[in-house]
Write a protein that binds this ligand. Structure first.
Ligand code: GAR
Length: 201
């Protein structure tokens, strides 16, 4: 698989930073070809620029439909010869056209043990539900929200005095560890899908 990553963000970019650091430190053999944000002025863009990575802002508000917006994303990613798209806090659903443009080559990190608590505020959903174990998931992206095949997961305990902030912070530590590992696993190839099951090696 082409090891040129396109990272899509909407904000803080701490998972982007974890990918940047895993590449710099060696365990993740890849290049970030482009970072795209759908919002201008976000911290993740500063992190990318500080690492010397090409960035572009494609604001969804200036496009008439999701499909037209996604075509602009595809165009930018293709122009940078991206082989694997990594969503890192990119808070938009992708169209079937986008998903078909990068078959089995779009990953997302989500702050819950999917299929529990898809969508927004997953950590708050977990607290509200009263689960004792929470975590994060790296999965392939399909057109259905947070529903694609799972690549890797990591669990953390939910403590009695947790707030959304404390639980989110505990999960985030695992996201930063897991996402570069999962990207490396997918880039390494030699895996197969059996139904929904991602089987490596
Ligand atoms: C992360 O917790 C990520 O899992 C979550 O947004 C945060 C982005 O943080 N993504 C989702 O909820 C996607 N459904 P970051 O911008 O610091 O990486």
């Amino acid at each position: 698989m082409n090891r040129r990553l396109g990272v899509l963000i909407s904000g803080r970019g701490s998972n982007l930073q974890a990918i940047i650091e895993a590449i710099a430190a060696g365990p993740l053999e890849a290049t970030i070809a482009l970072v795209i944000s759908n919002r201008p002025g976000v911290r993740g863009l500063d992190r990318a620029r500080a690492a010397g990575i090409a960035t572009t802002v494609i604001e969804h508000g200036s496009f008439p439909t999701r499909e037209v917006y996604d075509l602009a994303l595809i165009d930018a990613l293709r122009r940078h010869d991206v082989g694997l798209v990594c969503l890192a806090g990119f808070m938009r659903l992708l169209s079937t056209a986008f998903v078909s443009a990068f078959p089995s080559a779009i990953l997302n990190v989500h702050p819950s043990l999917l299929p529990a608590f898809p969508g927004v505020e997953a950590q708050q959903q977990a607290l509200d539900h009263g689960v004792k174990v929470a975590g994060c998931t790296v999965h392939f992206v399909t057109a259905e929200l947070d529903a694609g095949p799972i690549v890797m997961q990591a669990a953390v305990p939910v403590l009695a005095d947790d707030t959304t902030a404390t639980l989110s912070a505990r999960i985030l530590v695992e996201e930063h560890r897991l996402y570069p590992l999962a990207i490396a696993r997918v880039l390494a190839g030699g895996w197969r899908m059996e139904g929904r099951r991602f089987l490596a090696g």
